[in-house]
Design a protein around this ligand. Structure first.
Ligand code: MG
Length: 416
């Protein structure tokens, strides 16, 4: 059996890990697969080969070219067309087709040669490609939150219509997805998303007033890209995951909870109506949820670290401080509101985090800007992709306008 894979965003943190996982799966002698229709009794032992058909990057041409040489995909896409020339030079001599611009991404997501699309593109950029893949009935392994946050309703609808399977790669959602297999959806009383709490877990509202970029970027457990690390410090990450879970599992917002778990060993839990709580535990290593999405419904030996619970000793849980992490309450509110609220929530955050990373605003301004933007927005329901992208662009503009207004209202200091 062959699974043909396209990785959208192969030069990012998840993309690089996915390539390592696939390489290990291919070299493993124990890659057994259960046929999806085989049921529990007829285990068909067959070695599955994972073929990398297409890779994409935004601008990191050097790494993309290196990956093309190593993994020999048939297609590579570079979404920033300015880099197309240098990519062409770098992959010269290789038998690979180069696609450019945002359309290139959508093209590889729809290729007949592809069965599984692993999407790990930061931000809203990958959205048209994800929807296109669902339309084509591909299996979608979703690592970034945006497709489900921004277009959850639309994506789940398209996936249902076209028999596209959506598999979560986000560690919490992978955990919930695994725990859900212990019962039926109707038997779930709530799902509990765990959060590490990030670097400011114990901070008060006063403590976070003047935190630096450096402090926000030093996450105690997970090693991730800068944008996601800041999202984890504000707990925007978890706010987005609440919305993501709401759509992915068709779960009412009232049945979703967030629990702080600093050790990041329990990746999330599902409580069933009888009071049983099923959790998924594992080392804090994205290789595991990536691999599970690729080998699902089978489990195979891989490169993810194994847990030593005796070494961990204890696992702790606490309630999140909703004053320090105000964005988390906003997330629940946005999930309840639905429509375009989530796209605005996400886009305003992306724009604000960019300003924070560039050193132009304070850490606490991030949530202020998001809230201002949400307050000004007129929520639309049952929207198309075009309308979602319009709301996305509106929110980004709105953040810029707010910042200009702020700059004007701050009086220049008089030189004496
Ligand atoms: Mg996560």
């Amino acid at each position: 059996m062959i699974r043909r894979i396209a990785i959208l965003g192969s030069t990012g943190s998840i993309g690089k890990k996915a390539l390592r996982v696939i390489e290990a799966l291919n070299s493993s002698l124990v890659a057994l697969h259960r046929t999806p229709n085989g049921g529990g009794s007829s285990l068909e032992k067959e070695k599955t080969k994972y073929e990398i058909v297409a890779l994409s990057a935004h601008s990191n041409v050097e790494l993309l070219a290196e990956q093309a040489r190593r993994y020999k995909p048939k297609f590579v896409a570079i979404t920033n067309a300015d880099y197309a020339g240098s990519l062409r030079e770098l992959v010269g001599g290789l038998d690979v087709e180069i696609l450019t611009g945002p359309d290139g991404l959508t093209e590889i997501a729809q290729l007949d040669e592809v069965d599984v699309v692993l999407t790990a593109v930061v931000g809203a950029a990958g959205l048209p490609a994800v929807l296109a893949a669902a339309q084509k009935g591909k299996t979608l392994a979703i690592a970034n939150k945006e497709p489900l946050v921004i277009a959850g309703e639309l994506l789940m609808e398209i996936a249902k219509e076209n028999d596209s399977t959506i598999l979560p790669v986000d560690s919490e959602h992978s955990a919930i997805f695994q725990a859900m297999q212990s019962g039926s959806a109707e038997e779930v009383s709530k799902i509990i998303l765990t959060a590490s709490g990030g670097p400011f877990r114990e901070a008060t509202v006063e403590d976070i007033q003047n935190v630096t970029r450096q402090q926000a970027l030093s996450h105690p457990v997970w090693d991730m890209g800068p944008k996601i690390t800041v999202d984890s410090a504000t707990m925007m990450n978890k706010a987005l995951e609440v919305i993501e879970a709401h759509w992915l599992f068709d779960m009412p917002v009232e049945k979703i909870e967030v629990l702080i778990h600093p050790e990041s060993i329990v990746h999330s839990l599902v409580e069933f109506v009888d009071g049983s709580v099923i959790a998924q535990l594992g080392a804090p290593d994205m290789c595991l949820p990536i691999q599970y999405a690729l080998t699902y419904p089978a489990r195979v030996a891989g490169i993810a670290k194994h847990l030593r619970l005796d070494e961990l000793g204890k696992l702790t849980f606490e309630r999140p401080n909703l004053e320090t992490f105000r964005v988390l309450s906003l997330g629940f509110e946005v999930a309840r509101t639905g429509g375009t609220a989530a796209v605005v929530f996400n886009a305003a955050n992306e724009a604000a985090v960019q300003e924070f990373l560039a050193g132009r605003i304070k850490f606490v301004n991030i949530v202020e800007l998001i809230e201002q933007c949400l307050n000004k927005h007129n929520v639309k329901r049952r929207v198309s992709l075009e309308e979602l992208l319009e709301a996305d662009a509106w929110a980004r503009r709105e953040v810029k306008i707010s910042l200009k207004r702020r700059a004007k209202s701050v009086k220049p200091k008089l030189k004496i």
